[in-house]
Ligand binder design. Structure first.
Ligand SMILES: [Zn+2]
Length: 74
C-alpha cells in the first residue's frame, strides 16, 4: 500500500491511520470492496474508494486520503 500522509485534521502520524474494507454489492449484484482510511486519534475518515478487489480498493483509499491531505497548490 502507498505510504499515508499524516492526518490533515489532527496531524497524527500515519501509524494511527487504519484502512478499513467492507464488502458491498453494487446495483448489478456484483461484489465490490469499499475502502477508506480512518484516523484512530480523531476519528476522521477519508473518502470511500470502491474497487472490485481489496488491493485496488486500499490503494485508491490511500490515494484519495493523500490527495485530500496534501497541498492545494496544484
Ligand atoms: Zn486525526
Amino acid at each position: 500500500m502507498s505510504e499515508l500522509k499524516k492526518c490533515p485534521f489532527c496531524n497524527e502520524e500515519a501509524e494511527s491511520l487504519i484502512c478499513t474494507c467492507r464488502t458491498k454489492q453494487n446495483s448489478e449484484g456484483m461484489t465490490i470492496i469499499a475502502s477508506s482510511i480512518e484516523c484512530l486519534n480523531c476519528g476522521a475518515s477519508g473518502p470511500q474508494a470502491y474497487a472490485i478487489d481489496e488491493v485496488s480498493a486500499r490503494e485508491d483509499a490511500a490515494y484519495t486520503w493523500n490527495d485530500r491531505g496534501g497541498s492545494s497548490n496544484e
